[in-house]
Write a protein that binds this ligand. Structure first.
Ligand code: GAL
Length: 414
C-alpha cells in the first residue's frame, strides 16, 4: 500500500474513532473537556473523515505566485520528504493559480504544456509515490484571480478531470464571482466532487466575504476567513484578530482558514514567525507552508517542524483556541483545550515593548492546585505551579518579547 493510501485510511479510521469514542465522561484526571466548550453543536452532519484535524501541507502561492512548473513541484515533493516535513504531518502538495491555460474542444481543462509537459496525472503519480497527497486550485467564476480559465459551468467536468489525475485536495477561489451565491456555487462544487467518486478535500476560498463559517461546514472541510495574508506582522496581527472571533465554528471536519503560512519568506523576525505559527496552531488553523521548502534555514525548520506546536494544532479534540484574557494594550492570553485534558496556552504580545502576562488556572478551566507547565518552544518542563486561586503571586507569569509569544502546555496535577 502506498503511503498516500495509508494516510487516507488512517485519517478515515481516526475520523471514525473520533465520532465513536469522543470522550464525554467526567471526573477522570485525563478527561477531555466536552467539545461543546469551544465548538457549537448541531448544524449539518459533518463527514470528518477527510479532515479530522486541520489539513497540513504546502501551497505554491505565497512564495512562487504564478511561477509554477513541474520541476518546482517535483523538487518540492523531494524536499518535503528530505526535510522531515512529510513525517511531521505536512502531506498535501498544492499547486495554486496559473497551472491551467485553456479548455480543449470538448471543454476539458488543459494544464500549461510548457510548464507541465508531463501532464497532471504524471505529476500526481510522482507526488503520490513520495507518500504525499496532491492538490490543485480553481475558482467558481469563469476565470481565476490570475485570469486563467476557471470552473463556472464546468464543475462536473473539472471534478472528473481531478479524480482521473489523482487530485486529493482542491482550493476553490472566489474571483469574478461576486454576482453568484457562494453557498449554491460551493455546494455545486462539493456535489461535483462527490459524483467524481474520489475523496477530495474542498478548500473554500471566498476570503470570509459571505460569512462562510455560517454555511460552509458540511460543504467544504475548510474556508478562508479573511483576505490574503502578507509577509508582515501587521497582516498577521490583523488576521489573528479577525479569526479569533470565529472559534465556535471550528471542529473536526470543519476548519476556519486564516490563510497559508508565511514562515520562512523573510518579511518577519524570528519572534514574529514563532508567534504566527503558534497562533495558527492554537487557532487549529490549516498549516499550509508557503515558503521555498528546498532552501529552508535552520531557523525556519525549527519553526515549521516544531512537533510540540504541531501537536497543539493537530489535537484530535479539534477545538479552536480562544482569547481568555485581552489586556487591551496588546497583551492577550489564549487557551485551547486538548484531548488529554491539558490546555495549550499562548501568551501573545502584539505590542512593540516587552510585556509580562499572567494567568490564573480558573481562567483556563484548570482546577485550583498544582499543574505541570511545559514550554513548547524551549522544549523544557517549567515544573509544577500551584495556583490556589488566592494570591496574585500564585498566577503563572510569562515575560513575552515584542511581537512574540510564549506557548506552554499546562496539565492539571503534580
Ligand atoms: C486569491 C487567494 C490566494 C491565491 C490567489 C491566486 O484570491 O486568496 O490565496 O489563491 O487568489 O490568484
Amino acid at each position: 500500500m502506498k503511503t498516500a493510501t495509508i494516510f487516507r485510511t488512517t485519517s478515515f479510521i481516526l475520523g471514525a474513532a473520533l465520532v465513536l469514542f469522543a470522550p464525554t465522561g467526567c471526573g477522570s484526571k485525563t478527561q477531555a473537556p466536552a467539545p461543546a466548550e469551544n465548538v457549537k453543536s448541531g448544524g449539518p452532519a459533518i463527514d470528518v473523515s477527510l479532515a479530522p484535524t486541520p489539513p497540513m501541507g504546502f501551497n505554491t502561492w505565497n512564495k512562487f505566485g504564478c511561477s509554477v512548473d513541474e520541476k518546482l513541484i517535483r523538487e518540492t515533493a523531494d524536499a518535503m520528504v528530505a526535510t522531515g516535513m512529510l513525517e511531521a504531518g505536512y502531506k498535501y502538495l498544492v499547486i495554486d493559480d496559473c497551472w491551467q491555460v485553456a479548455r480543449d474542444a470538448s471543454g476539458r481543462i488543459v494544464a500549461d504544456p510548457q510548464r507541465f509537459p508531463a501532464g497532471m496525472k504524471a505529476l500526481a503519480d510522482y507526488v503520490h509515490d513520495k507518500g504525499l497527497l496532491f492538490g490543485l486550485y480553481t475558482d467558481v467564476g469563469p476565470k481565476t484571480c490570475a485570469g486563467r480559465p476557471a470552473s463556472f459551468g464546468f464543475e462536473d467536468m473539472d471534478a472528473a478531470s481531478y479524480a482521473e489525475w489523482g487530485v486529493d485536495y482542491v482550493k476553490v477561489d472566489w474571483c469574478n464571482a461576486d454576482n453568484l451565491d457562494p453557498r449554491v456555487e460551493y455546494t455545486k462544487f462539493r456535489d461535483a466532487l462527490r459524483k467524481a467518486g474520489r475523496p477530495i478535500v474542498l478548500s473554500i476560498c471566498e476570503w470570509g466575504r459571505n460569512d462562510p463559517w455560517t454555511w460552509a461546514p458540511g460543504v467544504g472541510q475548510l474556508w478562508r476567513t479573511t483576505a490574503d495574508i502578507g509577509d508582515n506582522w501587521e497582516s498577521v496581527a490583523w488576521i489573528i484578530n479577525a479569526n479569533s472571533r470565529l472559534y465556535e465554528s471550528a471542529g473536526p471536519g470543519r476548519w476556519n482558514d486564516p490563510d497559508m503560512l508565511e514562515v520562512g519568506n523573510g518579511g518577519m523576525t524570528r519572534d514574529e514567525y514563532k508567534a504566527h505559527f503558534s497562533l495558527w496552531a492554537i487557532m487549529a488553523a490549516p498549516l499550509m507552508a508557503g515558503n521555498d521548502l528546498r532552501v529552508m534555514t535552520e531557523e525556519t525548520k525549527e519553526i515549521l517542524l516544531n512537533r510540540e506546536v504541531i501537536e497543539v494544532d493537530q489535537d484530535p479534540l479539534g477545538g479552536q483556541g480562544r482569547i481568555v484574557i485581552d489586556r487591551g494594550y496588546g497583551g492577550q492570553v489564549w487557551m485551547k483545550p486538548l484531548a488529554d485534558g491539558s490546555r495549550a496556552v499562548a501568551f501573545l504580545n502584539l505590542a512593540s515593548k516587552e510585556l509580562e502576562l499572567y494567568v490564573r488556572w480558573a481562567q483556563i478551566g484548570i482546577p485550583a492546585g498544582p499543574a505541570r507547565v511545559r514550554d513548547l518552544w524551549a522544549h523544557k518542563d517549567l515544573g509544577v505551579h500551584s495556583d490556589l486561586g488566592t494570591h496574585f503571586d500564585q498566577r503563572f507569569k510569562a515575560t513575552v518579547p515584542p511581537h512574540g509569544v510564549i506557548l506552554v502546555r499546562i496539565r492539571p496535577g503534580q
